[in-house]
Design a protein around this ligand. Structure first.
Ligand code: GDP
Ligand code: CA
Length: 310
């Protein structure tokens, strides 16, 4: 069965690992957020694409939750000692990938082309596509000013409450080659347990991706990134509270109004199931914490099998 997964970084990458355990990896296409991409030290960095690449290639640092395992930081220590830009943490092994990508982009390759080459070099059978090859960038308006995603998230540790999320360049962004084709050919669309505003939001800000979901002829199943109304990690719950007035599973479902047929929610949120149903979305209650290979796979299977009953 062909499956498309919309994904951010860490939550999305963990979920994708479960998916490629549950189904044939070659049948899976990941459409990945590029709203957090940045240029740092002259290098083009795509954090969410890299999280997905590293996770599927089993190179990721599971404990830290981002970047590569067995990482060292010599280059960054040197940068700092020399008074360079050291707020964004790039490890030595990670830097190698950014060098290769940056050179290819400068030579005129599209991000989707470079990403396909990196995935092939890492031996992956799964198709990994940036949502768009255009520069689509997430900005956060806060009471303390407006920040691009990484300055808000990393440099300011996402402490500033968010009043508005904006996607610069979205109006001109077309889906990357392969994205609409994958959405057209797929038998199932999944939305990973990623942040709805800053991971899935930028993907849906590409108008033709959103309209492909609106007009889908196949089921679309999202997995909630909240457990017991709280994020496993990161600002999702704080954002839901401030931007949409609450953190119930129904609030998550509302982020995807008109786009999903089912929402996988945690047992801790089972009390929200009726409110989800009232929105016309089928709630699937299961354990959603991905702490190891078995739990990742079980969650992936719950999402894939939601189809049978949708
Ligand atoms: P980012 O781009 O690295 O911020 O990653 P994502 O947006 O893809 O993932 C962040 C979201 O993943 C957060 O909102 C977390 O609550 C969610 N998340 C992380 N681990 C888990 C998990 O084990 N289960 C569930 N349900 N959500 C998770
Ligand atoms: Ca991200």
């Amino acid at each position: 069965m062909k499956i498309v997964v919309l994904s951010g970084g860490v939550g999305g990458a963990r979920f994708l690992r479960g998916i490629v355990d549950a189904v044939d990896p070659a049948d899976v296409t990941a459409i990945v957020n590029v709203g957090d991409d940045l240029e740092v030290l002259g290098l083009s960095v795509s954090p969410d694409l890299d999280s997905v690449l590293y996770a599927l290639a089993e190179l990721a640092d599971d404990e830290r939750g981002w970047g590569r395992a067995d990482e060292t930081w010599n280059a960054l220590v040197t940068v700092e000692a020399l008074g360079g830009e050291a707020w964004f943490r790039l490890g030595d092994r990670d830097l190698g990938l950014h060098l290769v990508r940056t050179q290819a982009l400068r030579a005129g390759d599209a991000l989707s082309t470079v990403t396909a080459r990196l995935a092939a070099a890492l031996g992956l059978d799964t198709t990994i596509l940036p949502a768009t090859d255009h520069a689509l960038r997430t900005w956060l308006d806060t009471p303390n000013g407006s920040f691009d995603f990484q300055h808000w998230f990393v440099a300011r540790a996402h402490r500033d409450p968010v009043d508005r999320v904006r996607f610069e360049g979205a109006a001109d962004a077309r889906p990357a080659p392969g994205v609409l084709e994958a959405l057209h050919e797929t038998e199932l669309i999944l939305v990973a347990p990623s942040n709805p505003y800053v991971s899935i939001g930028p993907i849906l800000a590409v108008e033709r991706i959103r309209s492909a979901l609106e007009r889908r002829r196949v089921p679309c199943v999202a997995v909630s990134p909240l457990i017991g109304g709280e994020a496993v990690k990161g600002p999702a719950a704080a954002m839901l509270r401030r931007l949409d007035g609450g953190t119930s599973a129904a609030h998550v479902a509302q982020c995807y109004a008109g786009l999903i047929d089912a929402l996988v929610i945690d047992e801790a949120d089972a009390g929200d199931a009726d409110a989800v149903t009232e929105l016309g979305v089928r709630p699937i209650v299961t354990r959603t914490l991905m702490r190891d290979a078995a739990s990742r796979r079980a969650l992936a299977e719950a999402a894939v099998n939601a189809v049978a009953v949708t």
